[in-house]
Design a protein around this ligand. Structure first.
Ligand SMILES: Cc1cc2nc3c(=O)[nH]c(=O)nc-3n(C[C@H](O)[C@H](O)[C@H](O)COP(=O)(O)O)c2cc1C
Length: 332
């Protein structure tokens, strides 16, 4: 048994493009809000009999529940408030889910007022996920967040399939991807992680463009474009027709993307897409991820991340891994 919090036999700390993480785990943007609900739930349940001693193994501090994470990643934040999409927003699929949230959020000012001061009390590095309809909107969000000390890094979402203007349109064109990256880079010295879409012919082309434009790291993958149909109405289920597929169904696509991008650029990768267990995390790291984000699995089991941290450390110990750096891109 490892005690991840105090004296794990495995060195779990990683450096994600200047972002120091005590373990390789963060949450996928949009599946964890700003973390308050999960913090309350973890504080209330971590020490119960159902949790198999998780609290002890993680040296869990109920006053700072999120401090067990390597980093917290927030929901997407835009310059002004966005209402999100109309109609149905989520449906379950075989081995995954489709969502069409449309990046609903109250805007950066509200985010700064309500969430930022709370982050400061949590003792966890914070990656703020940034959305925009235009280069100028991305720029304005980063500019505003630069005034906040509790922000550790940025994840720039140029890959959301669920908004009409902006979002994925930047992530499918290397020039546009570079332009957003460069504009944000000019505003900050903080780690700048660009989040890529798998909905392209060659993801390595976009990755190279972001690297050349000054990204500190890459995050992949965002959701895979898909649709669902209401057979009685004979209409697409989602008002925008297209929605984003996530969950275990996309893990092979994500692994392939991580593996290819790892071979194409020198930047560290935050890998995600369908992670549900410790073996998945091991696979992502062997494919080339420096750190991982857990998304849809939070909806299946809200305690999945604490469990995964412990199970991954135990797996590494069983596999004779002393320092997880040796796993990154460690395919034979
Ligand atoms: C309900 C929902 C909301 C999401 N919102 C965002 C978001 O605001 N910004 C973003 O970059 N990605 C967003 N994503 C994508 C996830 O961060 C992640 O890239 C994707 O779900 C794949 O990981 P998973 O299979 O573990 O869920 C969202 C995904 C879901 C399911």
């Amino acid at each position: 048994m490892v005690n991840v919090g105090m004296n794990s036999l495995v060195e779990l700390a990683v450096d994600l493009g200047g972002l120091k993480m005590k373990n390789p785990f963060t949450v996928a943007s949009g599946t964890f809000a700003s973390g308050r609900e999960y913090a309350d739930l973890w504080a209330a349940t971590m020490d119960t009999a159902d949790c198999d001693g998780l609290a002890t193994k993680l040296a869990f501090n109920p006053d700072k529940p999120l401090s067990i994470l390597g980093a917290l990643t927030t929901k997407g934040v835009s310059h002004k408030s966005w209402p999100g999409n109309t109609g149905i927003r989520i449906t379950e699929t075989a081995s995954g889910m489709l969502n069409s949230i449309g990046l609903q959020n109250p805007g950066v000012e509200d985010f700064c007022t309500k969430d930022i001061s709370w982050f400061g009390s949590q003792g966890v590095p914070v990656i703020v996920n940034v959305s925009g309809h235009s280069v100028d909107e991305y720029r304005r969000v980063v500019e505003r967040l630069e005034r906040e000390g509790a922000v550790t890094a940025y994840e720039i979402n140029i890959s959301c399939p669920n908004v009409d203007c902006g979002g994925m349109s930047f992530g499918i064109d290397p020039r546009a991807a570079a332009e957003v990256t460069q504009a944000c880079r000019a505003l900050t010295k903080r780690p700048l992680i660009i989040k890529l879409t798998p909905n392209v012919t060659d993801i390595t082309e976009i990755a190279r463009a972001c690297e050349a434009a000054g990204a500190s790291g890459l995050s992949l993958i965002n959701t895979v474009a898909g649709m669902a149909i209401d057979i009685r109405a004979r209409k697409p289920l989602f008002d925008r027709k297209m929605a984003g597929l996530s969950g275990p169904a996309i893990k092979p696509i994500a692994l392939w993307a991580v593996h290819r991008v790892y071979g194409a650029v020198k930047l560290p990768i935050l890998g995600m897409g369908g992670i549900t267990n410790a073996e998945d995390v091991f696979e992502f790291m062997l494919a080339g991820a420096t750190a991982v984000a857990v998304g849809s699995q939070n909806f299946t089991d809200p305690l999945s991340v604490p469990r995964l941290i412990v199970e991954f450390a135990e797996l590494c110990e069983r596999e004779g891994v002393k320092n997880i750096d040796e796993l990154i891109g460690g395919l034979e």
